[in-house]
Design a protein around this ligand. Structure first.
Ligand SMILES: NC(=O)c1ccc[n+]([C@@H]2O[C@H](COP(=O)([O-])OP(=O)(O)OC[C@H]3O[C@@H](n4cnc5c(N)ncnc54)[C@H](OP(=O)(O)O)[C@@H]3O)[C@@H](O)[C@H]2O)c1
Length: 227
């Protein structure tokens, strides 16, 4: 029987866990694909390829050229383009597709959430004069440029290449923590009064949500795009 060749569309903690599990199981060649957004991605089990495929046709061609027998889309729930591309490319190349999607975070007692649908609405919802923790990638920061009354603390994995488009902001380098204690210490250090996050779901990023609840911090939470 020909060996199964699995392509995981990754970039998430869940994708990394899945690759580790499938490699440990054996019996399949496992490759994880990353977009290449992070300079030094954490090591992954199995093979890794990095960079865009060149749209639907590029991905379909990659699947055929590499004899991929199964695709697992374990990308971030806000990474909608690659998920749409995967659907179309797998149909074109006649390769089965599975989607692994985290469930959303649900509001719990003590949460001080304002739920919005867009980053523009999130910017509008910030309390006047707030000290805001932006748990967002660099491509999402510009939406907050108009809130010159607020102070921003922006967490990023890699240092930004250009100055941020915010009047008063500092950048801290690092990843989200699953541990509320670590996030609480960070919020206290920076006197954070408001958190902005997208409803990504999953355990890896939940520390900040739990920390905000424990500290009574306002959270402006951006809902997921339609699947
Ligand atoms: N969006 C987020 O907030 C977020 C957060 C954490 C991790 N991530 C991870 O970062 C990656 C990029 O996110 P995004 O929001 O920029 O995605 P996106 O808007 O859905 O995708 C934009 C383009 O990037 C390329 N791409 C995306 N994911 C890829 C992958 N896993 N392997 C190869 N190419 C990929 C594709 O280029 P081509 O069309 O050229 O193939 C895609 O058309 C995703 O893999 C996602 O899992 C995203």
């Amino acid at each position: 029987m020909p060996i199964e060749k699995i392509l995981i569309l990754g970039g998430t903690a869940e994708a990394a866990e899945l690759a580790a599990r499938l490699v440990a199981q054996g019996g399949a060649e496992v490759t994880t694909s990353l977009a290449g957004r992070t300079k030094e991605p954490a090591p992954l089990a199995g093979a890794v390829r990095i960079g865009g495929f060149g749209g639907v046709e590029g991905l379909a061609a990659y699947l055929s050229a590499n004899g991929i027998s199964r695709v697992i889309d374990a990308t971030h729930p806000f990474a909608t383009r690659i998920s749409q591309n995967a659907q179309a490319a797998c149909a074109l190349a006649n390769v089965p597709l599975e989607v692994v999607r985290r469930s959303v975070w649900r509001r719990e007692p003590g949460d001080r959430w304002v739920e919005v649908d867009t980053l523009a609405a999130a910017a509008e919802a910030l309390p006047v004069g707030a000290t805001v923790f932006l748990a967002l990638g660099r491509q999402y920061i510009a939406a907050f440029a108009g809130r010159t009354d607020c102070r921003f603390v922006v967490r990023m994995i890699d240092p930004p290449l250009d100055a941020l488009p915010l009047r008063d902001a500092i950048v801290i380098l690092g990843k989200a923590s699953a541990d509320p204690d670590a996030e609480r210490a960070l919020f206290a250090n920076h006197s954070i009064t408001c958190l902005v996050a997208r409803n990504s779901g999953g355990a890896a990023g939940h520390g900040k949500i739990a920390a905000a609840r424990q500290m009574g911090i306002d959270v402006v939470i951006v809902g997921r795009p339609a699947p």
